[in-house]
Design a protein around this ligand. Structure first.
Ligand SMILES: [Mg+2]
Length: 251
């Protein structure tokens, strides 16, 4: 049992899409701790936000933040992505050179960030502590976005859509960070992955066992996998159902 680790998304996977309720996962987390199975939070959220969640969930394990761009373990923070300051410098240079209209976290005060995202001040403060991704709102034409995309590609950057925001980042994802942990921290381990959204797709397909929870529209992300499960209930109960399906196979 101890040669497995769990890579799990947070929003919509451990936390309910609407209510953000998570209490139902706590007894299962206790059980996993007794079994010696490590639970790695793997989210688009920042390391600061995830550290906060680890405290609430009583987890003390590696965590993967900002879409696979940041890995924290054993008191260290490693950047697998491009430093956000470099990304912001490039964005600013292009804004001056091409006159493109866009705005992102780096341009805003805390108050403006709260207004744009609907976050509370505590949440906004943690969400603003980004290390390798810069979320922006594109306020220019679709035509110019194609030009923008080309510029990103030329310097090895890309984007991932999350709600209204485009997260500008280097080429990393949740799956590439799991692969990094398998080489550097969990050699020879097998992986159970749980997720609900498109950002989880590769992570789910590359895991040994996959649990795909229903999304906000009560639909299941289709994946190609020989051993996957769709829990009937949404998060947080669906996360527990996923573990109940997976545990007998984790030996
Ligand atoms: Mg999710």
């Amino acid at each position: 049992m101890a040669n497995w680790f769990i890579s799990t998304d947070l929003d919509g996977t451990m936390l309910n899409h609407v209510t953000h309720d998570y209490v139902a996962v706590l007894p299962m987390l206790n059980r996993l701790q007794l079994l010696g199975v490590t639970v790695v939070l793997n989210s688009t959220k920042t390391a600061a936000e995830l550290t906060n969640w680890q405290d609430r969930l009583n987890l003390n394990a590696p965590l993967i933040a900002e879409n696979g761009g940041v890995i924290c373990f054993d008191g260290q923070t490693r950047l697998l992505g491009r430093a956000r300051s470099e990304i912001c410098d490039l964005l600013q240079a292009w804004r001056v050179q091409y006159g493109w209209q866009f705005a992102g976290y780096n341009d805003w005060s805390l108050a403006e960030l709260m207004r744009q995202t609907g976050f509370t001040s505590d949440h906004a403060e943690l969400a603003a502590q980004r290390l390798v991704t810069e979320p922006i709102l594109w306020q220019d034409s679709a035509e110019n976005f194609i030009h923008f995309e080309r510029q990103l590609a030329q310097v090895g950057l890309s984007w991932q859509k999350a709600g209204r925001f485009y997260h500008i980042m280097a080429a990393h994802n949740k799956a590439s960070a799991v692969a990094w942990l398998l080489v550097n921290r969990f050699q020879g381990y097998k992986v159970l992955a749980l997720g609900d959204g498109s950002a989880d797709h590769l992570m789910l397909e590359q895991a040994d066992l996959a649990v795909v929870l229903s999304n906000e529209q009560a639909e299941y992300l289709p994946i190609k996998h020989a051993h996957f499960f769709n829990p009937p209930l949404p998060a947080p109960q669906g996360w527990v159902q996923g573990l109940e399906w997976a545990l007998p196979q984790m030996r």
